[in-house]
Write a protein that binds this ligand. Structure first.
Ligand code: ADE
Length: 236
């Protein structure tokens, strides 16, 4: 999978992909992550990527031309229907479709290239969305100062779902959300920390009992903090 991130703050991404699973996936060539400075495609002498909104109003709007030029250089065309196969152009925006595990899975399945456009300012010229973008994604119902943190979240969520990105000892199938529930609690050494003891069942070696306990705890936690996840799930 190849990711191309378009941003006016390329330094934002320095080192962020150099740890843990993403670092390993890069070294194993499961992913390639390229960060591009949008100013490179801002052709005026000040490399301006934003301007005042037509119709008036607060703030600045990201200009469309640098984004069109960037997409043309990266994908060979700004005609969405002529994009290379298995290619997506994603705009990170609070106006997008909410990112869920199933959405990340869809991106991970069978795509080869994802271009991420990090919006900034008060928004981005609508012609980018109309002509170039295949998917608008929001990482939650709150407003960030820009799409950069959201791009990091999306790259991370997708990368760990790519074949072989997780070691054998880990499995994305066991992640929270993959079965519609939050994760059960985990414990490691020591068995007794300042009087706080690891639940007996986990020390019992009885795997049927352990699985049952974990299922109960996952359900309990989900009921407590994310009742919405249980809607539509059969309760026995
Ligand atoms: N840009 C600003 N806020 C955002 C959000 N919640 N998700 C994605 N991109 C954003």
């Amino acid at each position: 999978m190849k990711f191309d991130i378009l941003t006016i703050f390329p330094e934002f991404f320095t080192e962020v992909f150099d740890f843990g699973i993403i670092r390993r996936a890069k070294l194993a060539e499961i992913v390639e992550i390229n960060v591009h400075d949008l100013r490179k495609w801002a052709l005026d002498k000040h490399h301006k990527t934003d301007d005042r909104p037509f119709g008036g109003g607060e703030g600045m709007v990201m200009k469309c031309e640098p984004v069109f030029l960037a997409i043309e250089e990266l994908l060979g065309t700004s005609e969405r229907k002529n994009y290379p196969p298995k290619t997506k152009v994603v705009l990170l925006t609070p106006q997008g479709k909410p990112l869920k595990q199933a959405v990340a899975q869809e991106f991970a399945d069978g795509k080869e290239r994802i271009v991420l456009i990090c919006g900034r300012y008060e928004g981005i010229d609508e012609r980018v969305t109309e002509a170039l973008v295949t998917d608008e994604i929001s990482i939650g119902d709150y407003v960030l100062s820009g799409g950069e943190p959201a791009a990091i979240v999306l790259v991370d969520a997708i990368t760990r779902l790519l074949p072989d990105a997780l070691g054998n000892e880990q499995s994305a199938e066991k992640d929270s959300f993959s079965d519609g529930l939050l994760d059960f609690p985990q414990y490691t050494q020591p068995r007794d920390f300042r009087g706080m003891k690891v639940p007996e069942v986990l020390l019992s070696g009885n795997h049927a009992e352990i699985d049952k306990w974990r299922e109960e705890k996952a359900l309990e936690k989900t009921k407590e903090v994310r009742k919405d996840l249980l809607e539509g799930v059969d309760s026995e």
